[in-house]
Design a protein around this ligand. Structure first.
Ligand SMILES: C[C@@](CO)(OP(=O)(O)O)[C@H](O)COP(=O)(O)OP(=O)(O)OC[C@H]1O[C@@H](n2ccc(N)nc2=O)[C@H](O)[C@@H]1O
Ligand SMILES: Nc1ncnc2c1ncn2[C@@H]1O[C@H](COP(=O)(O)OP(=O)(O)O)[C@@H](O)[C@H]1O
Length: 282
């Protein structure tokens, strides 16, 4: 039996860092939005114990440090299963880019393997199991297109999906999430700037507290942001810890024109995507 799954990328439409926690993590207030850029996975249960992972299309390890591998292991261990798992992962989502690709792969493996084993665990149990592997994993386990993330990003509340076209620009270098959080200087606990779920967040202004850290390391991203505005974006922001920067557009044609202009001016990968979770909204 085989499961074929698509693991979406995410962007953070706002990200406020409120307080450092004794665990080394930070309390955040963020809006996660899944978008239509997908890694692809094929998962199979076999009778020979052990986990085998094959990766094509991206610079990520194939062994036990891959988040897809770790997710399979933690689930098999939890269930005490002696079945083996074979995973083929086709990487499309840029790596260490603020798009949550590794977390999404891990969540897809948790869901896929659980389904192949007859669904012994609930979505909530899978989210709980994935959380120590990555704070973003619970969001990818849940089926919402968009969710408010509190706590370390693992306390989730569904959020309406607002119609838009997003252009993602990912420069040809990676950024470490842990380094960016570490470099952020918080002097006192911040109270979150609250958004109205009924309104597209870009109408109130998009904020990402991690942006200043990554932009100080990579000032070229300021130019990308300025170019997004010059090319007609309604708003522009870095996603997560970066370095991906996105522009928000209200028309597909404007988005594709901006994407072409960006690709000819800057070296990096450009994707035009839509939010997931609005299939019923046209
Ligand atoms: C910044 C965000 C925004 O969605 O995403 P990315 O840019 O990584 O995609 C997340 O908060 C990242 O989530 P994720 O990438 O899953 O984090 P983890 O692997 O669990 O953590 C990597 C490191 O980031 C720091 N970290 C992470 C989450 C958080 N709320 N506070 C933190 O301080 C910790 O130092 C941790 O060791
Ligand atoms: N399946 C995977 N896909 C992407 N990165 C992975 C994967 N497994 C392990 N990693 C490692 O996790 C780190 C963060 O990856 P990723 O989730 O793409 O970043 P981000 O959270 O910034 O979007 C990278 O250093 C990468 O080598």
């Amino acid at each position: 039996m085989k499961e074929r799954l698509r693991a979406p990328a995410k962007i953070n439409l706002f990200l406020q860092v409120l307080e450092p926690l004794p665990s080394g993590y930070h309390e955040i207030y963020t809006l996660f939005q899944k978008v239509t850029l997908f890694d692809e996975l094929e998962i199979e249960l076999v009778d020979i114990p052990g986990i085998k992972l094959q990766v094509t299309g991206g610079e990520v390890p194939e062994g036990e440090t891959n988040l897809a591998f770790k997710a399979a292991k933690v689930l098999l261990d939890e269930l005490g299963s002696d079945q083996g798992v074979r995973i083929h992962l086709r990487k499309v989502i840029p790596v260490a880019a603020g798009l949550g690709g590794g977390s999404s792969d891990a969540a897809a493996v948790l869901k896929g393997v659980n389904k192949l084993l007859g669904a012994p665990l609930s979505q909530e149990e899978l989210a709980h199991l994935g959380r120590p592997l990555g704070a973003d994993i619970p969001f990818f386990v849940w089926s919402y297109g968009a969710a408010l993330g509190e706590g370390i990003g693992d306390i989730l509340t569904p959020w309406p999906v607002h119609k838009a076209f997003y252009v993602l620009f990912t420069p040809p270098y990676e950024v470490s999430t842990a380094t960016v959080y570490k470099k952020l200087r918080l002097t006192r606990r911040k109270e979150p700037f609250i958004y109205d779920p009924g309104q597209p967040p870009w109408l109130r202004g998009l904020v990402n507290d991690l942006e200043k850290v990554t932009l100080a390391l990579h000032p070229d991203l300021e130019e990308v942001k300025a170019a997004f505005i010059a090319f007609g974006a309604l708003a522009t922001l870095m996603s997560g810890s970066g370095p991906t920067v996105f522009g928000v557009f209200d028309q597909y044609q404007r988005a594709t024109q901006a994407a072409r202009a960006l690709a000819s001016r800057f070296s990096g990968r450009v994707h035009v995507v839509r939010p997931c979770g609005m299939e019923d909204k046209g």
